[in-house]
Write a protein that binds this ligand. Sequence first.
Ligand code: HEC
Ligand code: HEC
Length: 237
Amino acid sequence: MRYGSARILVRIAAAMLLAASADASRAASPRPVEDTLEQRMQACVACHGERGGGVAGAAFPRLAGQPAAYLAAQMKAFREGTRTYAPMNFLMARQSDAYFAEIAVWFASQRPDPRVVEARRGAAVDRAALAAGQALVQKGRPDDELPACVSCHGAGLGGRTPAIPALAGMPRDFLIEQVGSWKTGSHRSPEPDCMSRIARRMSGADIVAAATWLSLQQPDAGPEPKSDALPLACGRG
Ligand code: HEC
Ligand code: HEC
């Protein structure tokens, strides 16, 4: 499994989510334990961190501070199978759009955990590759018609409403996996699929360099507002 053995975590998480749906259908009966969204989202902590703030040393993405519509769209994509990662497909399978919207708004309003990036700093990195990654993210490569990542993902890489995700402080291996799967065509987004076009203009070394630099940036910035001036049209965002 790409992210290590997650089977036990998923079993616990699924039990919590199923308990939550059962509770909802028995809404009239008194409950011994307070049932809050935060409590139900404990099901996500092992992989996504406390309040979705992220975890160091694993390839799980943080959810905190991401644009809400982005999170909701991804949960739907896992439910419908257009995005595949077996544990997430399983967890989202029976949930409704309304529940996704509620979960998304809650995570969007949480703060990323700054300790995640701190924990990664200090590891040896190739300085030249890091500089190349930074240049690619901030300036793109006009000769190859590769737009700067910041032009869509925001100057502070905190994403853009409604549905362009933040990249700052995301795990390196997660970023490589995502961009790599657009490049090979194993993952597609709704047309016009700007990320597939962008990923195909990147070499393997470009992807690793950009991902390494991004994973070391503190996620200080929140999402920027929607823009009508993106360098490429995107089906979402
Ligand atoms: C077993 C670990 C695990 C558990 C438990 C888990 N997730 Fe995930 N989640 C992942 C991984 C890994 C990904 C990235 C998968 C991929 O490669 O596309 C992901 C992706 C996501 C994404 C898309 C994020 C992005 O930036 O693209 C959302 C939203 C999400 N999960 C929500 C949840 C919620 C809500 C819960 C709890 C109900 C949860 N997850 C529980 C491992 C987990
Ligand atoms: C033209 C606008 C645009 C540009 C430029 C752009 N992106 Fe994106 N990116 C998007 C959109 C839109 C999405 C959401 C796709 C979806 O909903 O499936 C996205 C999603 C992503 C994701 C998924 C993150 C997650 O949490 O799931 C990664 C990784 C990513 N982009 C990396 C990059 C990198 C690296 C660059 C620069 C080389 C870049 N992007 C440039 C529009 C853009």
